[in-house]
Write a protein that binds this ligand. Structure first.
Ligand SMILES: Nc1nc2c(ncn2[C@@H]2O[C@H](COP(=O)(O)OP(=O)(O)OP(=O)(O)O)[C@@H](O)[C@H]2O)c(=O)[nH]1
Ligand SMILES: [Mg+2]
Ligand SMILES: [Zn+2]
Length: 383
């Protein structure tokens, strides 16, 4: 049987490959020139964005063996392949292409992924064994195997890792101009999580129709200047929806961000047939009410998949070693080799190239403060 973790399996025609993992520390280089990226980002088109993705770290050095290929999981007799589209309590909803099956997860898989909140998650490719109908048995199938994962959105939840979605190409980080006000610290946390999870981040400023003072546009510009793909949208006034659709097309995406920013509204604007439930925002409290309660994977009529997620107020990064955060701040990365101490944390040290850049105004102080905040307190609740 294939190893469900996918690390050592050779079953099912999956190919064993050596893949390069980025080193935590060391010499770093940028993929492209910052100013060139900034120009592209301000007026980015989807094609060039896909060809030239922003990479957080340059050096590739560590290796480990994983299994690639859609059929890396060996299908044993009677097992049916499918994709997990939602988790409902202990059960996974699995789409086999013809219908949705409510499946439980074989205990051995739960034991293997004991450090995870759930052994399987939305986006996982699985093989399940249909169960004969029995009185008192709720599950229609039992998940026997889970395929290897690519891009993941993960955070800490209690003592465990919460994998919100797996096998995702890009994270669309949605924020909005007003109600609720954008929180750049939270955007920075999402960015670190996206880079660490192997996804391409895209930052979307929604409710641009409410941006009368330009505050939202100003924050978005910071990120465009750094080289990130950005876009402005209005789900209620049909602004930027075509571009949003172009971004989603043929990709697997997760839409993430605070509650009430309009994630589900944007998806409804892009695909009216989805008919996702959207909430009300109390203007006075400027807080969303967690209208979406479960992450759900949906197939897009124009190609690709998207996962809508419940809003999260905080993003606990403490599953990522904090020495790695610096590498996910893309404007710090090229400076780090110039810090005097190889293990510089860019806080109390002298002759720190990052701090010097902040003083000179070439690194934004807000971004530096954000880095310091997450380094000091990765699990901070009130970001
Ligand atoms: N003015 C304006 N309101 C919007 C826009 N997009 C969404 N809204 C409103 O914002 C509120 C929240 O939208 P949702 O789509 O439920 O937000 P969400 O991000 O999915 O929230 P959760 O599911 O709780 O995480 C709703 O009342 C929407 O009508 C927009 O572009 N402009
Ligand atoms: Mg929602
Ligand atoms: Zn330094």
């Amino acid at each position: 049987m294939a190893d469900p973790s996918g690390k050592n399996s050779s079953g099912g025609g999956g190919k064993k490959v050596r893949v390069a993992f980025r080193r935590n520390r060391g010499k770093r280089k940028r993929v492209t020139d910052v100013t060139q990226e900034a120009k592209q980002a301000e007026d980015f088109d989807v094609e060039s964005h896909r060809n030239e993705r922003v990479v957080a770290k340059g050096d590739l050095s560590r290796h480990r063996t994983i299994v690639v290929g859609a059929d890396a999981v060996e299908a044993n007799a009677g097992q049916v392949p499918g994709v997990v589209i939602a988790m409902r309590g202990r059960y996974a909803e699995v789409d086999d292409g013809t219908r949705i099956w409510r499946c439980s997860v074989r205990r051995v898989l739960r034991t293997l992924r004991i450090e995870e909140r759930n052994a399987v998650t939305v986006g996982d490719r699985v093989h399940f064994l249909p169960e004969a109908e029995k009185e008192g048995v709720v599950a229609e199938g039992v998940i026997e195997q889970v395929g290897p994962r690519t891009g993941v959105l993960q955070r800490r939840s209690g003592k465990r890792t919460h994998t919100i979605a797996a096998n995702i190409d890009q994270a669309i980080i949605v924020t909005c101009a007003r109600a609720p006000r954008p929180k750049p610290n939270l955007i920075d946390r999402y960015l670190v999580a996206a880079h660490a999870g192997g996804m391409t981040p895209i930052i979307c400023m929604n409710k641009i129709d409410l941006d009368d003072d330009g505050h939202g546009a100003g924050i978005l510009k910071r990120y465009a200047t750094l080289g990130y793909a950005t876009l402005t949208t209005s789900a209620v006034e049909d602004g930027g929806i075509e571009k949003f659709k172009d971004l989603l097309k043929d990709q697997s995406s997760v839409v993430t961000g605070q509650s009430g920013v309009g994630k589900s509204s944007l998806l409804n604007a892009a695909v009216p047939d989805l008919k996702l439930r959207v909430g009300h925002v109390s203007e006075t409290l400027e807080k969303g009410r967690h209208t979406t309660t479960t992450a759900t994977l949906m197939k897009l009529p124009f190609g690709g998949y998207v996962v809508d997620t419940p809003g999260i107020r905080t993003f606990d990064l403490s599953i990522i070693p904090r020495e790695q955060y610096e590498a996910h701040f893309i404007e710090f990365a090229p400076l780090i080799p110039n810090c005097k101490y190889p293990d510089c944390t860019h806080s109390h040290e002298t002759e720190c190239a990052v701090k010097q850049a902040v003083e000179q105004g070439t690194v934004l102080r807000e971004r530096y403060e954000s880095y310091r905040q997450m380094y000091e307190d990765p699990g901070r609740q009130d970001v």
